[in-house]
Ligand binder design. Structure first.
Ligand SMILES: C[S@@+](CC[C@H](N)C(=O)[O-])C[C@H]1O[C@@H](n2cnc3c(N)ncnc32)[C@H](O)[C@@H]1O
Length: 243
């Protein structure tokens, strides 16, 4: 099955700002994105794995400059059948995103979902712990939420994702179980899920495991390869991985 020039259940090493122009209007059931933000580089280890991760981070910093251009939101709105969108973002991006989506239609529901990390690395003095990540969710009337006590929770708690970071070498990888929970709550089998900022491909893997269709873009060729391998059950060290 195709979505414009794109094959469903496929991912593309492309710039999403251009690629999204080729996705037809009202063709996607859910958008799930984790938008870029500047990441502090550094880290203690000089193992080959950590060196590769650092190299990827540098590429990302070069690619990302300062976060995203929110003009892509107009296209995301255009391609969704009804607004049903998750946006992981930094604290600094929340106001701009709320301003865009919260009044987009007469009836928009929104939630602030969180991932609470129970073992954050302390930063310097005079700061709060970096132990919460935010995901904004917007839903237009008519988008069905599925029942299931564990999907309905607005927060998820787990340790920082070090094991997955080591396996898939992405500095901002999200917990697969959490992404699956979000999709189980807000999408139906065979729905189409779009992620324009795939990173290591967590959204695509979650959709695949849940019997949803997926399509996604990643601009960085190293991350793209990691996402592609991950969809084929191979981790970034070339080992077969159970996702
Ligand atoms: C926050 S990360 C996503 C991490 C992902 N959620 C995961 O679990 O691995 C954002 C990703 O967007 C990618 N990116 C940045 N600008 C892009 C663009 N214009 N088109 C496609 N991907 C882009 C970056 O390379 C980065 O991997």
């Amino acid at each position: 099955m195709n979505l414009g020039r794109f094959e469903l259940d496929n991912i593309y090493n492309e710039d999403c700002y251009k690629a999204i122009k080729d996705i037809p209007d009202k063709s996607v059931d859910c958008v799930y994105i984790d938008i870029p933000y500047i990441i502090q580089s550094g880290g203690a280890s000089d193992s080959p794995l950590s060196q590769r991760a650092k190299r990827l981070r540098n590429i990302e910093l070069k690619d990302l400059k300062d976060g995203i251009d929110i003009s892509i939101f107009d296209d995301l709105d255009r391609v969704m059948k009804k607004i049903n969108i998750f946006i992981w973002c930094s604290k600094e991006q929340i106001i701009e995103i709320l301003n865009f989506w919260a009044n987009r239609r007469d009836k928009i529901n929104f939630e602030i979902l969180t991932w609470n990390k129970d073992n954050p690395t302390p930063l310097c003095n005079n700061t709060w712990l970096p132990d919460i990540e935010y995901c904004l969710y917007f839903r237009e009337g008519g988008v069905k939420l599925n029942d299931g006590y564990e999907y309905k929770s607005k927060w998820y708690s787990s340790p920082i994702n070090k094991r997955d970071k080591d396996k898939f070498l992405h500095p901002t990888i999200k917990p697969l179980n959490l992404v699956k929970r979000h999709l189980l709550h807000t999408t139906q089998p065979n729905d189409i899920v779009l992620d324009c900022f795939l990173g290591s491909g967590t959204t695509a893997v979650a959709a695949k495991e849940l019997g949803r269709h997926y399509i996604g873009f990643e601009i960085n060729k190293d991350y793209f390869k990691i996402a592609q391998d991950r969809l084929n059950g191979i981790d970034a060290n070339g080992q077969y991985s159970l996702f």
